[in-house]
Write a protein that binds this ligand. Structure first.
Ligand SMILES: C[S@@+](CC[C@H](N)C(=O)[O-])C[C@H]1O[C@@H](n2cnc3c(N)ncnc32)[C@H](O)[C@@H]1O
Length: 259
């Protein structure tokens, strides 16, 4: 992450009792030992804004995601039902959606979504330090230590939603030229995307909030073979949300079949 990104993250609404010094070398964000030592001192930090800021953009996407047992709800509107019926259906839908938050850190995202009715969430991070702490803090939720480049602990087609807020950003800090990123970073991001694709159910969605400009991020989200064929057949859309921080994209990526 750049120094501007660090500045942005420092202006977020965070509740941190200890002052965390950002690393001199931003490549540190790539390493587990950096996050472990940071999480020993830091209690809570939300990169790229909080759930309350993102809720209005996430809700229509989450509620329109097809689960195996409910009908599609578009933009929160269900015709021909009473308000009570609508609320019940929305609450059922929220409970049903199986969500994985990758690289959860000590953000309040998972707990805030849980309080908003999304009770079927797994929070995952490769830092054992943060997972231990978050388990004690929020025992009502599920916390798993895992590397997003190797999620063999999850079966194929397990999740309706995989949510990433600032996590791929930590993986690409040593990408070099954003127009022509380093091969090892292309390899790692492809591994991450293939794992996410594998664990998503058909029509499931990968939602990503990022510091990156969309055209640079698409190089990683839409990897191509040497003869310019897409490696993954998922669809990629984004909205640019200017109201949060200096403006961040929210990617909405869907595994086929599309709806
Ligand atoms: C920039 S922080 C974002 C934290 C949180 N998602 C938020 O919104 O505030 C990046 C997080 O990704 C985690 N992370 C980095 N690489 C990872 C990997 N390979 N597997 C799992 N988690 C990883 C770090 O431990 C850290 O918690």
């Amino acid at each position: 992450m750049s120094s501007q990104q660090q500045q942005v993250s420092n202006t977020n609404n965070n509740n941190n009792n200890n002052i965390i010094t950002e690393p001199e070398d931003t490549n540190e964000y790539k390493f587990k030992h950096y996050w472990d030592s940071r999480f020993e001192k830091e209690e809570q930090y939300d990169w790229l804004g909080t759930y309350s800021q993102w809720k209005q953009y996430l809700t229509p996407i989450l509620l329109s995601t097809n689960t195996t047992t409910t009908t599609i709800i578009n933009n929160n509107t269900i015709n021909n039902n009473t308000t009570d019926d609508n609320n019940n259906t929305i609450n059922e839908k929220k409970k049903e959606l199986k969500i994985l938050i990758i690289g959860c850190g000590n953000s309040t995202l998972g707990q805030d979504m849980y309080m908003d009715g999304y009770t079927n969430i797994i929070n995952m991070d490769y830092s054992s330090k943060v997972i231990e702490k978050m388990k004690l803090k929020y025992p009502n939720m599920e916390w798993i230590e895992m590397d997003m480049l190797d999620m063999k602990g999850f079966e194929n087609e397990t999740f309706d939603i995989v949510l990433d807020k600032g996590t791929m950003d930590a993986l690409v800090v040593d990408a070099g030229d954003p127009w022509d990123p380093e091969q090892h970073v292309r390899y790692e991001t492809l591994k991450m995307c293939k794992e996410i694709y594998r664990i998503l159910k058909p029509s499931g969605r990968f939602l990503q909030i990022t510091f990156s400009q969309p055209h640079f991020r698409k190089i990683f989200l839409n990897p191509q073979t040497e003869d310019n064929q897409n490696v993954l057949d998922w669809s990629i859309k984004h909205v640019y949300v200017e109201e949060i921080g200096f403006g961040y994209p929210l990617f909405n990526i869907q595994k086929p079949p599309f709806n």
